[in-house]
Design a binder for this molecule. Structure first.
Ligand code: OAD
Length: 239
């Protein structure tokens, strides 16, 4: 029984119509990170931040899972061992594609968080600033998104999984944001085989033992079929 730990990023949802962050015309070319994705930005201009995530929530609600999300669900279902999916994405396309127990280390658009008592509830499609918390009634609702300077969720559990991984794969992530960008080093140090599936080499690409270059909707299903023993393994791309 082998354990596969998979980290996904914006690239896996790109073909579903969700913008990535660091493409030339991506989200961070259109918005300043400091304004919309930091606690300080939220204090300065909460409406700007809430509106930004309202737009993300609307875009995500119009998207459907693609072949890559579905392939990972198939792997989870049929692999003889454990398949852990950790995502930096705040959409729910993994779940819609059939995956279970997805760890959303950067939060989720479908969730709202009380900045006063930490209670969580299902976010409405359009949040407003100062929405009251259903539990403590403080006017302190915020998107349940991990902003820069905040601690990502589930870190202890994720590092435990990385220490036990036989295979670690990163899919559609540029390797620019830590701690996620450090997962490959951690898994490798504990003996995992490491594979990167991406359109291009990421910022930490040289740390992976194997590369599969191409759109996620093609390379992920191919990789999954090989892992499940349904196709003859191709020669790994060691370039
Ligand atoms: P990025 O936008 O930084 O990187 C997306 C990666 O996906 C790039 O390496 C692209 O080459 C690749 N890519 C694009 N389209 C692809 C496709 N069709 N198939 C395969 N790969 C493709 O997004 P992330 O790495 O996810 O955090 O960004 C990490 C974090 O930075 C995000 O969670 C977000 C952002 O700031 C917060 O907001 C806290």
């Amino acid at each position: 029984m082998s354990k596969i730990v998979i980290l996904t990023g914006a690239g896996i949802s790109a073909e579903s119509g969700i913008e990535t962050f660091r493409a030339e015309d991506g989200l961070w070319a259109q918005h300043r990170v400091e304004d919309v994705a930091t606690p300080e930005g939220f204090i300065r201009d909460p409406k700007l931040v809430v509106d930004f995530y309202n737009a993300r929530r609307k875009q995500a609600s119009e998207a459907a899972p693609n072949a890559a999300h579905k392939a990972l669900a198939k792997l989870q279902q049929h692999h003889n061992g454990q398949v852990v999916i950790v995502t930096q994405n705040v959409d729910d396309l993994h779940e819609q594609g059939g995956s279970k127990k997805v760890m959303h280390m950067h939060g989720a658009l479908k969730s709202a968080l009380c900045a006063s008592c930490d209670h969580r509830w299902e976010a409405p499609m359009v949040m407003a600033t100062g929405d009251p918390c259903p539990k403590c009634k403080a006017p302190a609702a915020r998107p349940d998104i991990v902003w820069f300077g905040e601690m990502p969720y589930d870190m202890d559990a994720i590092f435990d999984h990385l220490a036990e991984a036989d295979i670690f794969a990163a899919i559609g992530t540029s390797g620019n944001v830590y701690p996620a960008a450090g997962f490959v080093a951690e898994a490798r140090q504990h003996g995992a085989h490491t594979v990167e599936l991406n359109l291009e080499r990421s910022a930490v690409g040289n740390q992976f033992a194997e590369h599969r270059t191409g759109p996620a909707s093609r390379v992920v299903p191919e990789w999954v079929e090989e892992l499940l023993g349904n196709t003859v393994p191709r020669r790994p791309d060691f370039r």
